[in-house]
Design a protein around this ligand. Structure first.
Ligand code: MTE
Length: 332
């Protein structure tokens, strides 16, 4: 995590109940840094105001998007939330560059409105939905999901959206719709990273239809009570908490229902590294990264231990039945 992100935000969102020696140490360090950079005045205001701040409060820069607490089983993780500054400053969104800080720096050129999502393929009711139609399609819920990246870090984020199943039911898939493909925007005029060849654009992901219909599969429009910042995949994206983060496609423009298993961008680029399923599994290592433990962003002090990674990222009770009888080493 880039340290500068903390200094710039100058508002550590820590509640008195969360204070641990580690947090005290970090805050003191930030305080000393603020003094050193001459930003003590601003720092003092943040220091005084932080306890009054709700933990899920965003910076108040984007439009509000409230959601009712979700009743879906497993949807409300009790883990401590990641800081907004980390969730919006440490990102993977290769359409804007490959560094973690690139999306926050360059995604300002993305135009999340007007926005249309086209639904096509094996459905009774194909068509186009504009963003306002999608926002009204189902009541918004807040869900606190743990998201585990294949690179070995994780965050805990309060997302706002509704189950992808709500949209799927509206378009009436037919019996040939065995898989769903999700295609992200690929527009060079808005996305400077498309000029590099790391992936074959557009970014494409896929799910089996029963995975897509699972109530935990979230179509997200917001986070921390506000609409999604561009770097997090505005105006709408997937969040699949039991799968590695790269399955959760951002800035989606097309959803296609198909009979054959689609090939995702990452599988196409490195088939031995990224399988179709990509369920979080501490027993199956990625060729370059161990999957047995993870670093929770925001907890990464010098003496902080890594957390053990849980099967299906801790969502096994909800999703393990989707994979009953499957060899998860083979179907990684
Ligand atoms: N979607 C698109 N279109 N492009 C991307 O590069 N990166 C993925 C996923 N969705 C990516 C994407 C990866 S690797 C991760 S870990 C998550 O988005 C990161 O989401 P976040 O930045 O909101 O934490």
């Amino acid at each position: 995590m880039p340290r500068s992100a903390h200094i710039r935000s100058n508002a550590p969102r820590i509640l008195p109940s969360d204070i641990t020696p580690q947090a005290v140490y970090q805050e003191r360090r930030q305080w000393l840094q603020l003094m050193a950079t001459g930003a003590a005045g601003a720092g003092l205001a943040a220091w005084a105001g932080r306890e009054a701040m709700a933990q899920t409060a965003g910076p108040g820069k984007l439009a509000k998007l409230p959601g009712a607490r979700s009743a879906v089983a497993g949807a409300m993780s009790m883990d401590k939330l990641s800081r907004y500054a980390d969730a919006t400053g440490y990102n993977n969104f290769y359409e804007f560059g490959t560094e973690k800080s690139d999306p926050a720096q360059y995604a300002g050129s993305l135009r999340p409105r007007p926005w249309t999502v086209t639904v096509e393929g094996e459905v009774g009711k194909p068509g186009s939905f504009d963003l306002d139609q999608l926002l009204k399609l189902s009541p918004m819920e807040e869900r606190v999901y743990r998201l585990r990246c294949v690179e070995g870090w994780s965050m805990v984020i309060p997302w706002v959206g509704y189950s992808l199943a709500e949209l799927i039911k509206k378009v009436e898939p037919n019996s040939r719709a065995k898989y769903v493909e999700f295609i992200s925007l690929a527009d060079r005029s808005q996305m400077p990273g498309l000029r590099n060849g790391v992936l074959d654009w557009p970014y494409t992901e896929g799910l089996r239809i029963d995975e897509a219909m699972h109530p935990l599969s979230l179509l997200a429009f917001g986070m921390y009570g506000e609409v999604l910042p561009n770097q997090n995949g505005a105006p709408l994206r997937l969040i699949l908490p039991w799968k590695y983060g790269f399955k959760s496609a951002k800035s989606i423009v097309k959803i296609r229902f198909v009979e054959k298993q689609p090939v995702s961008s990452w599988t196409e680029s490195a088939p031995r590294e990224y399988g179709f399923y990509s369920n979080v599994n501490p027993l199956v290592d990625h060729p370059r990264w161990s999957q047995g433990s993870e670093r929770r962003i925001g907890e990464d002090g010098l003496f902080t231990k890594k957390r053990p990674t849980l099967m299906f990222n801790g969502y096994a009770d909800q999703v393990a039945s989707l994979y009953a009888g499957m060899d998860l080493k083979k179907f990684y």
